[in-house]
Design a protein around this ligand. Sequence first.
Ligand code: DAT
Ligand code: MG
Length: 220
Amino acid sequence: MRAFSSTARLLAGAAGLSGAFVAGGLARDKYSHLQFEAAVPVLPKESLAALTQERVSKSFQLKADAPSQTERTFIMIKPDGVQRGLVGEIIKRFEQKGFKLVAIRMMRPGEAHLREHYADLAARSFFPGLVKYMDSGPVVAMAWEGQGAVKTGRVMLGETNPADSKPGTIRGDYCITVGRNICHGSDAVESANHEIGLWFRPEDVCDYTPMAADWVYGDN
Ligand code: DAT
Ligand code: MG
C-alpha cells in the first residue's frame, strides 16, 4: 500500500512536471512575437519617446575642457576619524563633489613628522596635546585636485571648532570638540603644495583624466 501510493505520487508528479513544461512551451510560442516587438519598439514618429531615442543614440557633442593643471589640496582623516569609521564618508563627500583623488595613503608617520606638519602652531599651548592625539593612531592622507579645491575643501570641512561648523559640513555633522575634529584640510594653495610635498613622494601623486571630467567642468 505504501509502495503503491509513493509510485502514484511519483507518476502524478511527473505528469504535473510535463504539464507545466508543455504549458510553458505554449506560453512561449503564444507570446514570442510580443516579446520581439517589445525589444525593438516602433515609436510614432513625432512622439517624445521617438525624439528621445533619436537624441540618446547620437554621440554627445558637449564641449568642456577640464583645466589640465588645477590646484590640489591636502586632506587628512585624523586618528579619531579613522577610529570612528568615517574614512568612507569623508572620501565620499570629496568624490561626489567632483574632485579628483590623486594620492592616498594610510600611515602612522610618527611624532617628528607630525610636529613638522603643524610647525606653524609650535608655540601654541595645545601643540603638545595636538601632536600626541595625531600620533595616537593611523591617519589617512590624501591629495585631491580640482578647481578651487583648497577653498572649497575648507568649506566642506567646516570651521576649526566643530561648534562653529554648519550642519552639512564634515565637522558640523560628525564631531563636537576642537580637540577631536576628525579631519585636516590645507588653508591656502601654498600650504597645500607644501603639505603634499611633506606627505607624498612625487611618484605617489597620480596624473590621470577621469572619464567624468567633461561633465564636471562643462561651460555653456
Ligand atoms: P584647522 O585644522 O582648521 O586648519 P588650525 O590650523 O588653526 O585649524 O589648527 C590645527 C588643529 O589644531 C585644529 O584642527 C585642531 C587643533 N586646535 C586648533 N585650535 C585649538 C585650540 N584652541 N585648542 C585645541 N586644539 C586646537
Ligand atoms: Mg590649519
